[in-house]
Design a binder for this molecule. Structure first.
Ligand code: NAP
Length: 251
């Protein structure tokens, strides 16, 4: 009997860790898919395909033509388009789907959070008075901040922001997580940051800025989580392994 084929939709640390765990077992045929946005993606221990499928129809065709037995949506919780496509394609191609999604961070005592819908609302919430703002956002989301050139920005991204933001005062940092609390605190202090705009990504890898902001009394403007399709969902790599074992158990 051929090994069961699993397609992981990735772009997250969890997707890579899951692929690593499954690759070590050697009893499954695992492929990981990336959107192809990052110039130098980190290495993955399984074959990688990149560049997308062409919507839910394209993904459904891929599931069928590649005889995929199980689809794992391990994309970032804000990759709502891809997650919707995965749910639709799974239904059309009759391939079971499990989503691996980090639960959102929960506000705790001392957090100074404001939930906002997106970048435009963040610009409004920051106000007119000049602030020193740390943008922990993707390249697509930062353009809106050109509407608020009175602020000084520190912008951290994996790939260079090209073209740079059309504001007079922006500092660019290139870095890839995880980021520990102590280094985040040092960064926030070094740049005298008094506001952070970020996503509620969940997990540990990027929580350091949240706990550092709490310790320093910094305002955090968090994007609300997008609506995601109601599909079988697990929160950790261990739970994903258990779900995979259940769904592709040998007959
Ligand atoms: P998105 O808006 O949900 O998806 C847009 C399109 O990108 C999809 O329709 C699909 O193209 C393609 N795509 C997305 N993820 C893919 C994957 N894993 N494999 C193949 N194609 C994929 O996605 P996004 O928010 O731009 O995120 C893009 C990637 O970055 C994802 O892999 C996500 O896990 C990762 N990421 C996103 C964020 C974030 O904040 N959004 C943060 C960290 C990492 P087709 O329709 O052509 O298939």
């Amino acid at each position: 009997m051929r090994p069961k084929k699993i397609l992981i939709l990735g772009g997250t640390t969890e997707a890579r860790l899951l692929a690593e765990r499954l690759a070590l077992r050697g009893d499954l045929d695992v492929v990981l898919s990336l959107a192809g946005r990052t110039i130098n993606p980190v290495d993955h221990p399984v074959p990688v395909i990149s560049g997308g499928f062409g919507g839910s129809e394209g993904l459904a065709r891929h599931l069928t033509s590649e005889s995929i037995d199980l689809l794992v949506d391990a994309t970032h919780p804000y990759a709502a388009r891809m997650s919707a496509n995965a749910a639709e394609a799974s239904a059309v191609a009759s391939v079971p789907l499990v989503a691996l999604r980090r639960p959102a961070w929960k506000r705790v005592e001392g957090d100074r959070w404001t939930e906002i819908a997106g970048s435009e609302e963040a610009v409004a919430a920051l106000g007119d008075a000049p602030r020193r703002v740390f943008l922990a956002l993707g390249r697509q989301e930062i353009a809106a901040f050109e509407a608020a050139p009175q602020h000084a920005y520190v912008i951290r991204s994996v790939d260079p922001v090209e073209p740079p933001l059309g504001v007079p005062n922006a500092t660019y940092l290139l870095a890839r997580g995880p980021f520990a609390e102590a280094e985040e605190r040092a960064l926030l202090e070094a740049h005298s940051i008094n506001a952070i705009v970020a996503k509620n990504s969940g997990g540990n890898a990027t929580y350091g800025k949240i706990s550092a902001a709490r310790a320093l009394g910094i305002d955090v403007f968090l994007f609300a989580r997008p609506a995601l399709p109601a599909v079988p969902t697990v929160a950790t790599v261990d739970e994903a392994i258990a779900a995979i074992d259940h769904l592709v158990a040998p007959a």
